[in-house]
Write a protein that binds this ligand. Structure first.
Ligand code: PAF
Length: 299
């Protein structure tokens, strides 16, 4: 495996290219994206770039966990061929950049409403990564459901010849969705953070038992978070998977997304409701059988 600073150095590899964009501090969720790319492509490029354009709060950007050596070891054993790890100056020779990609509409609710400008930053950097890598496929987690929809719309509208693949959420064995931010959760806060998953699973149970009213379903998730000391819910909302429009019912492919602050850590999670042969089926993600490499500190 090679670590390079620019796509120019990464070019010249033959075959079907799979791109796994990350901000580093890898966990099994990223590993599952790398493995999917490995099984479907000849060359796997992983990018590692903590993108300042998608952070609204400077303090959040500064404290985002970073450990290149650790990431390189994990990436290599998962099957990455080349890591592209550019500096901020390489990605943004002019700061702030004169050109910003916006995907209005899809970015208005949920994360977009609570993190103004966040998806402009995501869409801009992902467009730059797509242009640089010239990959055939790119791999993203369903954990960031709205991001996935924004990236798909951006790739379609800007005519990037790339297939965007959305992969299932990975969870700790107790249900907590894997996130690089989990390393900041103290044990008591970590216990409180489980309320996000518990609320979503209660909602998924209700849907699979026949409930189709989006407000009812969302309130199950909201109430569970709201009743948990130390958890401040921000939203629990149902939207369509493709265009992230708020829904009243769950008869088409949708997802129920939640966000909450647990102490000073902001977490998001969701459950997707796919329609398979006319049945609404909850994609609850996959639980690891062991504790993840992030558990209690991540080292
Ligand atoms: O999901 C992430 O880690 C980031 O938002 C991404 C897609 C790498 C863009 O910076």
């Amino acid at each position: 495996m090679e670590i390079v600073a620019t796509f120019a150095e990464a070019r010249g590899r033959n075959g079907r290219i799979g791109l796994v964009p990350t901000m580093g501090f890898l966990h099994e969720g990223h590993v599952s994206l790398i493995e999917a790319a490995r099984s479907e492509c000849d060359v796997v490029i992983m990018t590692l770039f903590v993108n300042p354009l998608q952070f609204e709060e400077r303090v959040d950007l500064d404290r985002y966990p970073r450990d290149l050596e650790r990431d390189a070891a994990i990436a290599e054993s998962a099957g990455v061929d080349v890591i592209v790890a550019p500096s901020v100056e390489e990605m943004y020779p002019v700061w702030p950049p004169a050109t910003v990609v916006q995907v209005p509409g899809l970015a208005d609710i949920m994360e977009g409403a609570h993190r103004p400008g966040h998806f402009d930053g995501v869409a801009t950097v992902v467009a730059k990564l797509f242009a640089g890598a010239q990959a055939n496929r790119a791999y993203f987690g369903r954990k960031d459901a709205q991001q996935l929809a924004v990236v798909r719309a951006m790739a379609r509208d800007l005519s990037f010849p790339i297939e965007v693949r959305g992969m299932p959420i990975l969870r700790e064995s107790d249900g907590l969705a894997l996130s690089s931010r989990n390393v900041f959760l103290e044990p008591d806060r970590r216990a409180a953070a489980l309320s996000l998953n518990m609320g979503l699973m209660a909602a998924a149970d209700a849907v699979e038992a026949g409930e189709r009213d989006a407000k009812q379903v969302a309130s199950l998730a909201w109430d569970r978070m709201d009743q948990t000391p130390g958890v401040e819910p921000e939203y629990a909302e149902v939207a369509s998977q493709d265009d992230v429009v708020s829904q009243d019912s769950l008869n088409e492919p949708t997802f129920l997304a939640v966000a909450a602050r647990v102490g000073d850590v902001r977490l998001i999670d969701n459950v997707h409701f796919d329609v398979i042969d006319g049945e609404v089926v909850a994609d609850r993600g996959t639980r690891l059988q062991h504790q993840s490499i992030l558990y209690e500190g991540g080292h």
